[in-house]
Design a protein around this ligand. Structure first.
Ligand SMILES: O=C(O)CCC(=O)C(=O)O
Length: 294
């Protein structure tokens, strides 16, 4: 669904000014949005998943390990599809606390696409270069929104997600490097337009929630503090927005209508988008994928 059609529906969670800011800037911050009872449940579930990671020594389809990870000192970059590893995460992602919020920016019929939990363990955990998300999972329009929840909050030292305000209205960029690797990073020579005064560094207390349009240019610095910086990142779209490639982070829940009803017709926004690698052949970290030959 396109923004002009979303705007015909009343908001439930956001004020009309907040929704207008999301469509203008491509992102929105809701300080302390997620209630403490949910945060406690999510924290407990995350601890269980981190405990399980003590048993592995190499990144796999679920865990992306950080340098120095060991059974004694679990260090994680990311947990992929946490909603498929612990029921608390799916309960949360399908709850109105999330789905009503998504509905305010994608329309009343809401579809789940995928999720990840960027744990970003403390002490030097790597950041993310400037990138856009939609080139990894193209949809028929640009309704998809990532809703980021800082489970424990995020300080400036912890590598907050940073976004270039208004960049969702600009072009989409290649996520391939010169050697044809899908590196999920915009090349330096495509970033001359990015000025310091456009960059918003999104910090906040526990439960602070970020809405990020799928075209918004964003990234984050390494986590230099001693504490981990877990950021839960479920992705939703309008029900009438359809992915046209397999997902790099697959889930049995992909395509679930978590609010409202399924769509009979697809919505199309034909602004161009470079194709991602072919994700059909099982999981490899995205950056290990090559550009298709064409
Ligand atoms: O977790 C972060 O700091 C950034 C996350 C991000 O940009 C992503 O996963 O696409």
């Amino acid at each position: 669904m396109k923004p002009q059609d979303v705007l015909k529906h009343p908001t439930r969670v956001l004020t009309t000014d907040q929704r207008a800011a999301y469509f203008r800037d491509g992102y929105l911050v809701l300080p302390d949005y997620v209630p403490a009872a949910w945060l406690d449940r999510l924290r407990a579930a995350m601890s269980e998943l981190i405990e399980r990671s003590r048993g592995i020594s190499q990144s796999d389809a679920i865990y992306v390990l950080e340098q120095g990870h060991s059974a004694d000192d679990p260090r994680l970059h990311r947990i992929s599809s946490p909603q498929d590893q612990h029921p608390a995460f799916w309960d949360f992602m399908a709850d109105p606390v999330m789905t009503d919020l998504a509905a305010d920016v994608v329309g009343p019929d809401v579809k789940f696409h995928h999720a990840k939990l960027n744990v970003k363990s403390g002490k030097g955990t790597q950041g993310f270069g400037w990138h856009q998300d939609i080139p990894a999972w193209p949809h028929t329009d640009y309704s998809p929104v990532t809703i980021g929840i800082y489970i424990d909050g995020c300080t400036p030292e912890q590598g907050p997600l940073s976004v270039a305000a208004g960049s969702h209205e600009g072009p989409t960029f290649s996520m391939y490097d010169d050697a044809g690797n899908f590196v999920v990073r915009i090349r330096d020579n495509d970033l001359a337009w990015l000025k310091d005064d456009m960059i918003r560094s999104l910090t906040g207390g526990p439960g602070t929630t970020l809405l990020l349009n799928c075209r918004a240019v964003h990234g984050s610095m390494p986590n230099r503090s001693a504490a981990a910086r877990p950021l839960l990142l479920p992705v939703y779209s309008s029900a009438d927005s359809f992915p046209y490639t397999p997902s790099p982070i697959p889930s049995p829940h992909q395509g679930d209508i978590v609010r409202g009803t399924a769509a009979r017709f697809a919505s199309f926004d034909t602004r161009p988008l470079e194709m991602p690698p072919d994700w059909r052949f099982g999981y490899k970290p995205v950056w290990a994928h090559k550009k298709p030959a064409y």
